[in-house]
Design a binder for this molecule. Structure first.
Ligand code: DOR
Length: 456
């Protein structure tokens, strides 16, 4: 396939683009890398001889074509933790997951707390990355929660928001200042909500499972008190607050009330918090041993929480789905549950597990695609050419088969992180191809791109 300037006709797919209310079977035409026509069948007579000569075709009958997925929360680990992931491996894994753009968290070494490091990541991403990479800058220097970073300098360097990720700002006055600064720049504070005193030493959700296994729990309150505090501060400052990986029913209800009060808040939920519960910790092989790959922060919660999160997503209380892709080495995970790192490698399983919600009738396909495309695009508003199939924008497209079955085998992951709680799961639905910034960055072996002359 000629990746220089893409001329591609995607035939006969169901095209879903929530940004324009499109859901119809038809063709999608890409000319010189840009979306040229969407929807109806494209006839040979409509194309110039020159275009026809260059055109390649892809028969997408039975497939879904939609805007490329956007992941507003992931960990690419570079610089500093290249043993866990690199920008090269992480973005390749993202492409396999259907993502055309990812926002990477600043908990690297050094952390993304100044323009020079952000610049380094951007340059590395344009060299090694196969999908767009948008860095998130730190709120405080060295993520220590003591002194604010230079928000203006980081904005100039190109960050899409500010976060101290897993080291949330405990000082409320500093958080107020952070919100005030971010407001002047129009970027969101991306908030990992966790009261570290309440969660200290915790491994899994505090509740029936932690009691049964005699493991130290992380209470829902550790998340909810911080959600409540920061919603109050967002109300005070009128700054954009984005709540990361909402995991409890209580947090969802707090966000619902805040939205009713028109506090400027958005939120995200992960695929794992939508599909797994606290019992997953006992799913380790061979005899239901404790599974470090189900250890994640915030922890997997209860069925009641999962159901509330799905409802919240449907109702728009939760705006977007983000993977929180957190790759770790096997050594970081297989060192006893207490010492094991928190996190799930999420890019390559996201669609498979999320489609289970569609197949079970809990979410519509259009809703799911909206939460992976149009909605996250609005949250990282720095690039308005993403999350849409509007005519004239560079092609950022995901093709998926909603019914193709496959079994998760982490040995086949392109990500260095094999830490998945979905090992051995049979999923129905697979990413078939990903086009990022007008380049084909992933294609399933079963799809064939042909020279067009025969087809049009
Ligand atoms: O499970 C998690 N892993 N939660 C976080 O907040 C951080 C992440 C990581 O960096 O591994």
């Amino acid at each position: 396939m000629n990746n220089e300037a893409m001329f591609l006709l995607i035939h006969g797919a169901r095209i879903i683009d929530p940004s324009q209310g499109i859901d119809q079977v038809g063709d999608l035409l890409i000319v010189e890398g840009k979306i040229a026509q969407v929807g109806r069948a494209i006839l040979s007579g409509q194309l110039s001889e020159w275009t026809k000569k260059k055109m390649e075709t892809l028969d997408a009958t039975g497939l879904i074509v939609c805007p490329g997925f956007i992941d507003i929360h992931c960990h690419l680990r570079e610089p500093g933790f290249e043993n866990k992931e690199t920008i090269a491996t992480g973005t390749k894994a993202a492409a396999i997951g259907g993502f055309v753009a990812v926002c990477c968290m600043p908990n690297t070494d050094p952390p993304l707390d100044n323009a020079a490091v952000v610049d380094w990541v951007k340059r590395k991403a344009s060299k090694d990355g196969v999908v767009a990479v948008f860095p998130i800058g730190c709120i405080t220097k060295n993520r220590k929660g003591e002194e604010l970073t230079d928000f203006a300098e980081l904005t100039e360097a190109g960050v899409v928001g500010f976060s101290d990720d897993g080291a949330p700002v405990m000082n409320s006055q500093l958080m107020r200042r952070a919100l005030e600064h971010s407001r002047t720049l129009g970027l969101p504070i991306i908030d990992h909500c966790e009261d570290k005193a309440l969660s200290a030493g915790g491994i899994i959700n505090e509740g029936r499972m932690s009691d049964k296994l005699r493991l130290k729990g992380i209470p829902a309150a550790a998340e909810e008190v911080m959600v409540a505090r920061d919603l109050i501060l967002a109300k005070l400052t009128r700054a954009k607050l984005h709540i990361a990986h909402v995991s409890t029913k209580g947090s969802m209800e707090l966000i619902r009330r805040a939205k009713e009060e028109t506090i400027p808040v958005t939120s995200e939920v992960t695929p794992h918090h939508l599909t797994l519960t606290e019992t997953q910790i006992t799913s380790g092989p061979p005899h239901k041993s404790l599974n470090p790959n189900a250890k994640v922060n915030p922890p997997l919660r209860t069925v009641e929480d999962v159901n509330a999160l799905i409802e919240g997503l449907k109702e728009g209380v939760i705006d977007a789905i983000a993977t929180d892709h957190a790759p770790h080495t096997s050594a970081d995970k297989n060192c006893g549950l207490e010492a094991a790192a928190f996190g799930i490698s999420g890019f390559e399983t996201a669609l498979g597990c999320l489609l289970s919600l569609v197949h079970q009738g809990k979410l519509s396909l259009v809703q799911l695609i909206s939460k992976l495309t149009h909605e996250p695009a609005k949250i990282i508003a720095r690039n308005n050419e993403l999350g849409t199939l509007k005519i004239g924008v560079p092609a950022n497209i995901t093709l998926l088969d909603p019914d193709l079955e496959w079994v998760v085998n982490s040995h086949n992951f392109v990500s260095k992180g094999k830490n998945t709680p979905y090992e051995g799961y049979r999923f129905r639905g697979k990413i078939m191809a990903t086009i990022a910034n007008s380049k084909l960055v992933h294609i399933d072996d079963s799809l064939v791109i042909k020279q067009s002359n025969a087809a049009i």
